[in-house]
Design a protein around this ligand. Structure first.
Ligand code: TRP
Ligand code: ZN
Length: 461
């Protein structure tokens, strides 16, 4: 009987601590996802992250990653517990504000119950020790994303999901944060990531590379590239530039030649879109054929080998670098608005091509107009349509239609002002339309609706 009473008392304590009390004291569990139907399970509610401090060690001999993450966040509600996204690794310990916290790993969700409940608007830090052999997350519709072991190292890359395969994260673009990333790898290998290079140190056969991204970054824009690379560090327009080409690719080949144009392309784009939004530049050319994409990872895009198979490719460089303004500096608040990234990046390819002596943007628009399937919308194209022509090509056509309608002067004022006003944050299609209308001082919603979501061909421009 005494034992029973003790059990009951313990149960009450547990209920109090977890916030599942019969009395409603306002403390709740943070949501287990961001509520974005394109990425069920991704992101979390109840807090905003300000900064991630990541210390990871990766051993290519065993594919094992050992990590120590410090997440600094602010609650947006009274929290009894909260989630982070972490796919497939093992958590050894969690501390909240230095005190041991209970944790449970449920699929790709790490559920943390702090020793003390958290009031709303409160800053808190979470220290997580974790490790294991990372595996990419496979997605039937969107392909795989995340940390992929390669012959000589690893590549963490993917959209919309990648980060949660190598660190605990609020894995949704609506919660941007700064990053301080230290990666420890065997001597002789490169360990590249986002942002400003902060040097490297070696001890006992291991080298630690440190990177700092001090401008808020969406989690899918983080990358980690470990392996045998030719790393070139220089300065461009007063900021560090780090480019890296896989040692397996030829020294004077098309990948190296394309990456070497990074500075010229960035300067051209800055002349159109306004100042480059980050404090470092670069690019990484990988050799692993399993990666069939390029991705606009912040300040340092990663390019799959396929883009350079038939020679140098300035267009893919222009595309990924244009994303630094459209997608990275100004990020989607929800994935259904991804045309705000891809429409502008594709349009930037057309601008670059014209500047580089090729086809004009007008000609590209005419060709694209003739090839467009108007039954598919650019806005909310469906999860399986996230990377389809309606987003990339129809989105670019809408950008061109806006330019032709308001004229070059207002058009480039809209683009520059949009980035200047929104950089570091998130935006929606409605935000963009309202902003454009304000700058042009005329209604533009009917026009943009016709080009973005209308089901018939708009009058050509
Ligand atoms: N957003 C990338 C681009 O347009 C392309 C992309 C789509 C991608 N899905 C991906 C890149 C998955 C890496 C992984 O440049
Ligand atoms: Zn793109």
């Amino acid at each position: 009987m005494r034992q029973l009473r003790r059990y009951a008392a313990a149960l009450v304590t547990v209920l109090l601590v977890t916030g599942c009390t019969p009395r409603d004291d306002g403390y709740r569990a943070g949501a287990a996802d961001a509520g974005d139907p394109y990425v069920p399970g991704s992101g979390n509610g109840g807090y905003n992250v300000g900064d991630y401090r990541l210390r990871v060690r990766y051993d290519p001999a065993t594919d094992r990653l050992t990590g120590q993450a410090t997440v600094t966040a602010t609650t947006t509600a009274k929290l009894s517990r909260f989630n982070l996204d972490l796919a497939g690794l093992t958590v050894d310990s969690v501390r909240v504000d230095g005190a041991a916290a209970r944790h449970r790993h449920d699929g790709a969700e790490l559920v943390v119950t702090p020793a003390h409940r958290l009031d709303s608007g409160r800053r808190f830090t979470v220290d997580i020790a974790y490790g294991g052999v990372p595996a990419p997350v496979t997605d039937g519709e969107l392909g795989s994303g995340g940390l992929l072991a390669t012959a000589d190292g690893a590549i963490a890359l993917g959209q919309p999901v990648s980060a949660s395969t190598w660190f605990p994260v609020n894995d949704h673009p609506s919660d941007k944060a700064t990053y301080d990333i230290e990666v420890t790898v065997p001597d002789g290998l490169a360990a590249l990531s986002n942002g400003v290079p902060k040097g490297r140190t070696s001890t006992g056969g291991w080298t630690t590379w440190r990177w700092v991204e001090a401008t808020p970054m969406a989690s899918y824009l983080t990358t980690l590239v470990i392996g045998d690379y030719r790393v070139d560090t220089s300065t461009h327009a007063g900021k560090p530039m780090v480019t890296a080409v896989a040692a397996a690719l030829p020294t004077d080949g098309p990948a190296a030649a394309s990456l070497a144009r990074t500075g010229a392309v960035v300067d051209f784009l800055a002349s159109r879109f306004g100042p480059y939004p980050f404090d470092s530049y670069g690019g990484i050319a990988i050799a692993d054929d399993r990666i069939r994409y390029a991705l606009e990872t912040q300040s340092r895009p990663v390019y799959g080998p396929g883009f350079f198979r038939s020679g140098a490719n300035g267009k893919v460089i222009a595309h990924e670098l244009a994303h630094q303004w459209f997608g990275d500096a100004v990020s989607v608040a929800r994935w259904s608005d991804i045309w705000l990234n891809e429409g502008f990046a594709t349009y930037a390819e057309w601008l670059w091509e014209e500047h580089d002596g090729g086809r004009t943007a007008q000609r590209n628009a005419e060709l694209q107009y003739a090839a467009t399937d108007w039954s598919r919308p650019s806005v909310d194209p469906g999860r399986s349509g996230m990377f389809g022509d309606a987003v990339y090509k129809r989105g670019a056509l809408a950008v061109h239609a806006l330019r032709r309608t308001v004229g070059d002067d207002a058009f480039f004022r809209i683009l520059r002002g949009w980035v200047a006003e929104r950089r570091g944050g998130n935006a929606t299609t409605d935000d963009f339309v309202a902003y454009a209308e304000g700058v042009a001082d005329r209604p533009l919603k009917p026009l943009l609706d016709a080009w973005l979501i209308g089901t018939g061909a708009p009058t050509p421009l």
